[in-house]
Write a protein that binds this ligand. Structure first.
Ligand SMILES: Cc1cc2nc3c(=O)[nH]c(=O)nc-3n(C[C@H](O)[C@H](O)[C@H](O)COP(=O)(O)OP(=O)(O)OC[C@H]3O[C@@H](n4cnc5c(N)ncnc54)[C@H](O)[C@@H]3O)c2cc1C
Length: 314
């Protein structure tokens, strides 16, 4: 029997949607028994949320004051101890998972498989390389635990409707004192998370300033969308780099992606390959973004975007 330990991502109060996407990936592994570990400080409601995901067989709740914040150095030794008896340990390839899972792999003495996009068998997976321009098949050794991150843009969320059992778990792991949580600094926003939003509006270099970027925020607000940006907009200082979409930014798969004043460089397109409908607004009708766009609007963004926002608001 294949036993998969999946690490839930959360912010202390809600489970990140990336977790439900990892469950879908794990469920593709034949005969898999899926256990999800929730490492938190008082994780009752988090564990309950995970237990409702279909395909989850058991939730392991590891409560510890040290787990109040997702510090990879603190979580990894606990996960490595918990992994005893499991054939697979999966996490999302979000910032959380990319920080955590290599440490888990190192502690278990195995190589990590990154960005699983297709399950071919219990130890055989496809993953993208060269900015998703090539797909490679990776065969993992059958006599070692498979530690992997899941490319969440490749998977839909597992449905609700499950009723997994919840078990309090404890591990004998030394929690290091060399790394500890001091403070979380993040921009306060009510907008949906860029990586999991169903709709995303992104702005590029053409916005020209951080003040001008306000029209992107206004449109996003009208649509209830997350906000992204090209690297050029980030490098120019219009927005923080956590908003960058693309090869060296976030890989996203919204149902609707609106690219505004973005040329469509290959490194940007890498980040939106799995998007549903792509809308592009650009004054240059030859811009490469129009080659991938489902709907293209040729014109000045400073005219089109406020008009769009007004039309949406009715
Ligand atoms: C290793 C590497 C990694 C990279 N990673 C990323 C990444 O992760 N994400 C990313 O985005 N880029 C990445 N890049 C950079 C990428 O190559 C491009 O330089 C970048 O995406 C360009 O951003 P842009 O489209 O905003 O700017 P530009 O290419 O300058 O395009 C601006 C566009 O705005 C249009 N425009 C101008 N004024 C208006 C107007 N008034 N109304 C409407 N349209 C207008 C122009 O016609 C043009 O098409 C990477 C590059 C390298 C080498």
């Amino acid at each position: 029997m294949t036993k998969i330990l999946l690490i839930a991502e959360h912010d202390g109060s809600t489970i990140n949607p990336a977790t439900a996407k990892c469950v879908t990936c794990a469920a593709e592994i034949p005969d898999a028994e899926i256990h999800v570990a929730v490492l938190a400080d008082g994780g009752d409601s988090l564990a309950g949320e995970v237990a409702r995901l279909s395909s989850v067989d058991k939730v392991l709740q590891l409560d510890n004051p040290a787990n109040a914040y997702p510090v990879a150095a603190v979580l990894a030794p606990q996960i490595a101890a918990l992994a005893e008896g499991y054939s697979h340990v999966f996490g999302p390839s979000t910032t959380f998972g990319k920080d955590l899972m290599p440490r888990v792999a190192a502690l278990l003495g195995v190589n990590q498989i990154s960005d699983i996009m297709t399950v071919l068998g219990s130890h055989s997976f496809e993953r993208p390389i060269y900015a998703v321009n090539s797909i490679v098949t990776v065969e993992a050794p059958a006599d070692q635990p498979v530690v992997a991150t899941v490319r969440i843009a490749s998977y839909a969320s597992a449905a609700e409707g499950g009723s997994a059992s919840i078990e309090a778990a404890s591990v004998d792991a030394e929690i290091p004192g060399h790394t500890r949580f001091i403070e979380l600094q993040s921009g306060k926003t009510d907008r949906p998370d860029l990586q999991t939003a169903a709709k995303v509006v992104s702005g590029g270099r053409a916005l020209g300033s951080s003040e001008n970027f306000d029209i992107i925020y206004a449109l996003a607000e009208a649509l209830g969308a997350g906000v992204g940006a090209s690297r050029a907009a980030v490098d120019a200082g219009y927005v923080p780099n956590e908003m960058q979409v693309g090869q060296t930014g976030k890989i996203i798969a919204p149902d609707l992606y609106i690219a505004i004043g973005i040329s469509g460089a290959i490194q940007h397109l890498t980040g939106i390959k799995d998007a549903g409908t792509i809308v592009a607004i650009n004054k240059d009708e030859e811009a490469p973004i129009f080659e991938v766009a489902d709907i293209g609007l040729v014109g000045d963004l400073f005219t089109i975007v406020p008009e769009l926002e007004a039309a949406i608001k009715g």
